[in-house]
Design a protein around this ligand. Structure first.
Ligand code: FES
Length: 259
């Protein structure tokens, strides 16, 4: 069930250049049942409240009613959010959307998890769930450069982890697809989140028969009411058939939406 709650900041940390890790506590965490869903956060400015911002869920701790998210502070709303300290309250709506189907991977199979930039965080909760189920995970994380890279060590605790940076300052020089080719990575199922160009390149690679991708689309309402996030399907790329990223997604089976 979707809830709205004033959640309490447990901790906030700057983990890479302009990248923040924020842990919040509240009852809403009990509704978080699937990796890859997101929350919509509202931060108030000096003169007026700002629009809600969609932020993906990176880690769920239901025992302590806490969840963690990672975001880039770039606009006014997220910069204000970065100033929040332990004990402050944040207005949260969620959990929203449909996440990654963990059940599509079978025990004993290998899942390749590919993330780009701020698309990396939701894969962390997903990887933990897959490992709990006995699915082997291989992680490929893409960033612009070493200074904005994060969570490499955390993913490495869960399985083989490869990093690619556009400028070559960490790991393979180039894109996630370059790292996949360099190390000849193979698996049974693909899960990915990141920019559309990356998702398109991954679909073209046809690494696995089965896969799920999460779109980072600019959103308005976040609950299926405003149509700000619609995209066409691959079946009907210029026609009237569409999907709403916020409520039908953000996760879709590979090949369903036009990228
Ligand atoms: Fe409003 Fe998706 S953001 S319909």
């Amino acid at each position: 069930m979707i809830k709205k709650e004033w959640m309490t900041v447990v901790s906030q940390q700057n983990i890479a250049k302009n990248i923040y890790e924020l842990t919040l506590q509240g009852e809403l965490v009990q509704e978080m049942n699937e990796p890859g869903r997101f929350v919509h956060l509202k931060v108030s400015g000096q003169t007026m409240p700002l629009l809600r911002r969609p932020i993906s869920i990176a880690n769920i701790d239901q025992t302590n009613s806490r969840f963690t998210m990672i975001y880039r502070a770039e606009g006014e709303g997220t910069k204000l959010l970065a100033e929040k300290k332990a004990g402050d309250q944040v207005d949260v709506l969620g959990p929203l959307g449909h996440g990654f189907p963990v059940n599509e991977a079978q025990t004993g199979e290998t899942a390749i998890l590919v993330g780009g930039g701020i698309g990396v965080p939701p894969l962390y909760e997903l990887s933990q769930r897959l490992n709990e189920k006995g699915v082997k995970t291989i992680h490929v994380l893409g960033f612009q450069s070493a200074d904005v890279a994060f969570y490499e060590a955390k993913f490495a605790e869960l399985g083989e982890t490869y990093v690619a940076t556009v400028d070559g300052s960490l790991g393979t020089k180039g894109f996630v697809t370059d790292a996949i080719r360099e190390f000849n990575l193979q698996g049974d199922i693909l899960y990915s989140c990141g920019p559309v160009v990356m998702l398109r390149a991954l679909e073209e690679l046809q690494l696995t028969k089965k896969g799920f991708i999460s779109l980072e689309e600019r959103m308005g309402c976040g609950i299926g009411a405003c149509f700000a996030c619609v995209c066409h399907t691959q079946n009907d790329p210029t026609g009237t058939e569409y999907r709403k990223v916020c409520s039908d997604g953000p996760v879709f089976p590979m090949g369903e939406v036009a990228l």
